[in-house]
Design a binder for this molecule. Structure first.
Ligand code: KG4
Ligand code: ZN
Length: 336
């Protein structure tokens, strides 16, 4: 068959998404229903609320994805779904409907690792991109440096030992009185701040250590804020946001470039919600150019959670014959 149409479902966190993708890289539809407004008043994602909203939204979103793509169920060749990592109740909603569809339509079912999905967003954004490359995956739940050796073939070069980069953004933003999610809020206010205003720590910068740690940085920002408040001193939120962001970006860029040099790839990609960050994009672009690497990153919608990236990853699994049966289960935690 020369045209493979995949319907993909993504419900790992607070976005209910369904997409129809042709031959892995041509997006016919990518519908995303965000729950951000629902969770904002709690300052973060509330798992039970997320699951319930997924249950409510999943069928309409699938219908919309098919309609937008101009497709009926009978034209589909495969059902793809995120099996983890993520919130267990949220993942189960997508998994249940994906299995039901695969069973009823007698189609192959492909379970996709969420992180592999994020990486694959780059294939959609850059039709010419092929492995091998090094990918920095930075989102609310993950900070991973992944060596993409081939389609579906990965080697983990480094990861966070505590907080993920996006998690640090969200927690610092909350302390600064900014709205959830904190990443975009810090991104925009930092544009008006001085990134040199406060020297926050950069963790594990020594040679050959490609792991990350952001909890020390987060604590440093919180302590700094508390000491100012105790002394009743006024402070500039933009300066603190910019200085925090600079610390995160310095670490991410330095380690990614060093890792790329060490393993000897010529291309670097970025993925995940934090890859939408304007300062990270700018600094990585500059450093990559200086050091002779080609740099790839998806548009902001493809950086944050969406089902098109899941369909893309599923396509390459399907091409390798990697399909699942109905015993597929969700895996909430990350495993190498
Ligand atoms: O990939 P994603 O949508 O979900 C996960 O898989 O976690 O990433 C969400 C994370 C949140 O922590 C959010 O604050 C962060 O990505 N984020 C950003 C930006 N946009 C989203 N962080 C920094 N700058 C941004 N522009
Ligand atoms: Zn994600």
């Amino acid at each position: 068959k020369d045209e493979i149409i995949i319907l993909a479902i993504e419900t790992s966190c607070d976005e209910t998404s369904a997409a129809v993708v042709k031959n892995g890289r041509t997006v016919l539809s990518n519908m995303i229903s965000s729950q951000i407004e629902l969770h904002r008043r709690y300052g973060g994602v509330v798992p039970e609320i997320a699951s319930r909203k997924h249950v409510e939204m999943i069928s309409p979103i699938i219908d919309e994805a098919l309609e937008e793509a101009g497709m009926g169920f009978e034209q589909l060749d495969c059902i793809a779904v995120t099996f983890g990592p993520g919130l267990v109740g949220a993942l189960l909603v997508g998994m249940s409907i994906a299995k039901a569809l695969a069973y009823a339509l007698r189609l192959p079912l492909v379970g996709v690792d969420h992180i592999e999905g994020h990486i694959s967003a780059n294939y959609i954004a850059h039709p010419e991109l092929e492995p091998p490359f090094l990918c920095l995956v930075v989102s609310g739940g993950h900070t991973h440096l992944v060596w993409v050796k081939d389609y579906g073939e990965y080697s983990l070069i480094g990861q966070t030992r505590d907080d993920a980069a996006g998690e640090a953004y969200d927690k610092v933003a909350r302390a600064l009185g900014l709205n959830y999610p904190g990443g975009p809020a810090i991104d925009s206010i930092a544009k008006h701040g001085n990134a040199e205003a406060v020297q926050f720590p950069r963790a594990y910068m020594e040679e050959d250590n490609f792991d990350f740690s952001f909890s020390g940085l987060k604590t440093a920002v919180l302590n700094y804020l508390n000491s100012l408040k105790q002394r009743n001193e006024s402070y500039n939120v933009a300066d603190i946001a910019a200085s925090f962001q600079q610390a995160v970006v310095d670490v991410l860029v330095t380690k990614t470039i060093k890792a790329a040099q060490k393993i000897g790839v010529t291309r670097i990609a970025m993925a995940g919600g934090v890859a939408a960050n304007s300062s990270l994009r700018e600094c990585m672009k500059q450093k990559a150019q200086e050091c002779g690497f080609e740099l790839y990153y998806p548009s902001p919608v493809l950086c944050t959670d969406n089902a098109a990236m899941i369909a893309c990853a599923a396509y390459y699994s399907l091409m390798k014959g990697k399909i699942h049966d109905l015993s597929l289960t969700v895996e909430p935690s990350f495993s190498n």
